[in-house]
Design a protein around this ligand. Structure first.
Ligand SMILES: Cc1cc2nc3c(=O)[nH]c(=O)nc-3n(C[C@H](O)[C@H](O)[C@H](O)COP(=O)(O)OP(=O)(O)OC[C@H]3O[C@@H](n4cnc5c(N)ncnc54)[C@H](O)[C@@H]3O)c2cc1C
Length: 382
């Protein structure tokens, strides 16, 4: 988006986050339900479903650099709202990247307005993290017959279309994974909710079961057999988005801690006057500043068309550690009352813990980072 239009969009978007979305916090945390009938129309009106959809398909076409602060702002208010917007946009971004022109034209305009809703189906209860795919899709008379299970699939309650990663030639090993589009009401495809989560309450991350589910072969996104490569590319960008989420949550926890430290008086002085508390605040500032700069570097490289496997895993890993430290310290600055729902620190602390898991655990980020440094001279210098 052109710079001046972006500034205006961003100003208005941020204003609406606080005026229209933030007030849902109490209701969502109490009921553990996201009131979709009221939240989705606001998000649609804010154009939150088309943030990363290219302009030619009716989206806003934000660059990664422009998207990062928008997602970070959403990560300051109740977590399920951020998760809903994040998964929709990261899946839309993946579709824009991996689909054929015909598929893009058919899907992206609906995705941009939120009329179509999309989910990313990778994780499985019976197989391991990431590339260890057990779901199969075998060709039968111009169709794929899909069998298997996925779980923890965000937006499973609302998605009209799921990207399902499945082995299209199980005998050919992991190379033969494909990304296949499965529509919600396809016979044999069932969706069940999973129990409520620790934080980001109100979202749904269901279990998908495929029993002889027939989908046309043309539903493969892009090229058959390229699913793992497509998944890596999608997760590479999306790990940066999780780092942006960590940044937003950390910024909010810091703002609240600064305000609390100035107003809480013990032994006749605000706690902000105590060196021990100042040290917590200083450490929070260092983490936030470092994360912000790291993300800016990776986002700029991504917008310049470069691959960023090392940068994005570094940002994701540092981000989850940084927001972990910041929310720990924020809780300490708030003292015992911070452990109650009287203060938002309690929610931010819980919401932040999802950042360990989304788009891969710390172990997986370490694996990617080590792989990049072992195979390239300087993977960050490009
Ligand atoms: C709220 C929520 C929403 C989610 N949304 C989605 C979604 O929309 N789509 C989706 O596909 N997934 C989603 N996930 C799943 C998430 O991406 C995974 O939970 C995460 O990547 C970890 O995978 P796993 O649960 O299979 O862990 P496991 O693979 O069971 O790992 C368990 C532990 O073992 C370690 N481990 C596993 N294998 C290895 C190995 N080979 N080497 C070293 N260590 C290893 C892991 O690092 C981890 O610490 C979501 C999860 C949550 C909690």
């Amino acid at each position: 988006m052109e710079a001046k239009a972006y500034e205006e969009f961003r100003r208005r978007f941020f204003e609406r986050v606080w005026v229209e979305l933030d007030p849902f916090e109490e209701e969502i945390e109490s009921t553990e339900r996201l009131p979709l009938d009221r939240v989705v129309p606001i998000l649609r009106d804010m154009q939150a479903f088309g943030l990363l959809v290219p302009e030619q398909y009716g989206g806003l076409g934000l660059s990664v650099t422009q998207y990062v602060p928008v997602l970070a702002e959403l990560a300051k208010v109740q977590g399920a709202i951020r998760v809903l917007v994040h998964v929709h946009n990261m899946t839309a971004h993946a579709i824009a990247d991996m689909a054929s022109e015909e598929q893009r034209a058919a899907l992206l305009p609906g995705i941009a307005t939120g009329q179509l809703s999309v989910a990313f189906g990778l994780t499985e209860p019976d197989h391991g993290t990431g590339a260890d795919v057990g779901t199969t899709a075998i060709k039968v008379n111009g169709h794929f017959s899909i069998n298997g299970r996925k779980h923890l699939i965000t937006n499973s309650n609302i998605a009209s279309h799921f990207i399902v990663f499945a082995k299209t030639q199980p005998e050919a090993g992991e190379r033969a994974v494909s990304a296949i589009l499965v529509e919600r009401n396809t016979p044999g495809f069932t969706i069940e909710p999973l129990p409520e989560t620790m934080g980001c309450k109100g979202g749904e991350h269901g279990q998908l079961t495929f029993k002889d589910v027939l989908v046309p072969v043309r539903n493969v996104l892009g090229e058959e057999g390229r699913g793992l490569e497509q998944m890596e590319t999608a997760l590479e960008v999306s790990r940066l988005f999780i780092a942006a989420t960590s940044l937003g949550t950390a910024e909010r926890a810091f703002e609240l801690s600064l305000a609390f430290a100035k107003q809480r008086v013990t032994f006749g002085k605000p706690i902000a006057a105590r060196q021990a508390v100042q040290r917590y605040l200083a450490e929070m500032a260092v983490d936030i500043h470092a994360l912000r700069l790291m993300i800016a570097d990776a986002a700029a490289k991504c917008d310049a068309g470069k691959r960023i496997p090392a940068e994005s895993s570094i940002c994701k890993l540092f981000g989850l550690e940084a927001v972990g430290r910041v929310t720990d310290r924020a809780l300490l600055v708030h003292g015992g009352i911070g452990y109650t729902r009287k203060h938002r620190i309690e929610r931010l602390y819980r919401d932040a813990r999802l950042n360990w898991l989304e788009e891969g655990t710390p172990t997986i980020q370490m694996l990617v980072i080590a792989r990049e440094f072992l195979s390239k001279d300087n993977p960050l210098d490009h």
